[in-house]
Design a protein around this ligand. Structure first.
Ligand SMILES: Cc1ncc(COP(=O)(O)O)c(C=O)c1O
Length: 377
């Protein structure tokens, strides 16, 4: 969005403001589909579960990766008026519950919908068999997350060596294992993570077949990087490499799914904030703004992400610190921003902040999350 439009919105709605551009959501979705024609895209709702965002992907014909019962209910709102059969088909064809660990209460609520759910251990198989016996299973594997900004493999995923035993375990408990899934870590800029994961999966597909289990689907997860800076590999190049390996290793009859999150929403979010205080700390200019790491900039903490602040005013840039509004020193957005000399009351903005940001905003210290404004819906 251009600076004038951002400023107009800030003046109209006040700050802190979190602006979601739905034209950008549609563009990102189209780019994903164009470069991955064989892949069904399940939007990872956790990245930003705002119902308006879910609605835009729903209207584009998207599928959904949900990882809590609340996220499932958010998606369900869009299909609840469909006839029973169409609703059931939607859940089976277009929803995956991709959290390998599920509370028992969640399994009870999910069971009537016969969803596809991921798992990665024997205890989970027992729980699913008892509390959601109508679910289909997808085995989540531990795969290399080398170099990814957010690492996931220390928390989730069966070891490849255990995979076929876990498939058999599902079968022994009366469940059907439909396929495999993995996640290379979020903001994955190392294509080798995908290549190695696909090889691991191809080996497991073959071994499973030899033991009598025919897997039908492969879920290549998320990790597709947002173009935060020029060091991020081109999406088209990454997609070409992944597609080449998929086509080489998996027959056309295998369904390929993906769970993109960050790639679809990062560039659609812009935060606009206002300078509420200004001080010189140890010789460094320091700005205090009305949004921070307990709010839209929560990705600094939870997502290991850095966001650049930009000024609407021109001037010679100088190194400065930018802090959030709360009475806590952890609320530090950056100790090394480049901004011109600014006054209290002036505005700043930060682009590419749509993913894992407003989603983990809190009410800490009495400061509410930024107001959300949707444009180009
Ligand atoms: C199971 C699962 N799928 C998809 C995603 C979305 O990943 P990304 O935003 O990197 O595309 C995540 C993120 O943590 C995840 O845990």
């Amino acid at each position: 969005m251009n600076q004038k439009a951002l400023l107009d919105l800030a003046k109209k709605h006040g700050t802190p403001l979190f602006i979601v551009d739905h034209a950008e959501l549609r563009k990102n979705y189209a780019t994903f589909k164009k470069h991955f024609p064989r892949v069904q895209a399940y939007y990872a709702v956790k990245v930003n579960s705002d119902p308006a965002i879910v609605q835009t992907f729903y209207e584009l014909g998207g599928s959904f990766d949900v990882a809590s019962i609340q996220e499932f209910r958010t998606v369900y709102q869009f299909i609840k008026k469909l006839p029973a059969k169409a609703r059931q088909d939607f859940i089976w064809d277009k929803v995956i519950y991709a959290n390998p660990i599920k509370p028992i209460e969640t399994l009870h609520e999910l069971d009537p919908y016969r969803p596809l759910v991921t798992y990665d251990n024997v205890e989970e198989v027992k729980k699913i068999a008892k509390h959601a016996p109508h679910a289909g299973l997808c085995l989540r594997l531990q795969v290399p997350n080398t170099g990814s900004m957010v690492e996931l493999s220390s928390k989730f995923g069966a070891l490849p060596g255990e995979a076929v035993d876990l498939i058999e375990c599902g079968h022994d408990h009366g469940l059907v294992v439909e396929g495999l899934s993995f996640h290379v870590g979020s903001q994955c800029t190392n294509p080798e993570n995908y290549v190695q994961s696909l090889h691991l999966c191809a080996g497991i597909f073959n071994e499973a077949k030899l033991r009598g289990f025919d897997l039908k689907l492969l879920d290549i997860g998320g990790g597709f990087p947002a173009a935060y800076d020029s060091s991020v590999p081109k999406f088209a190049t990454l997609a070409k490499k992944i597609n080449h390996e998929i086509d080489r290793l998996f027959p056309k009859s295998i369904e390929i799914l993906a769970e993109p999150g960050r790639f679809l929403v990062a560039s659609a979010g812009t935060a606009v904030s206002k300078i509420i205080g200004k001080a010189n700390r140890n010789g460094k200019q320091s700005y205090y703004i009305d949004d921070g790491v307990y709010h839209t900039f929560s990705g600094v903490i939870f997502d290991h992400c850095t966001y650049h602040l930009q000024s609407f005013k021109r001037g010679t840039p100088q190194i400065c610190a930018v802090f959030g509004p709360t009475c806590d020193a952890l609320d530090t957005i950056s100790l090394a921003e480049q901004l011109p000399d600014l006054e209290i009351g002036e505005y700043l903005y930060s682009e590419n902040i749509g993913a894992y940001s407003a989603a983990s905003s809190t009410h800490f210290n009495g400061f509410p999350p930024a107001k959300v404004v949707h444009v180009n819906r």
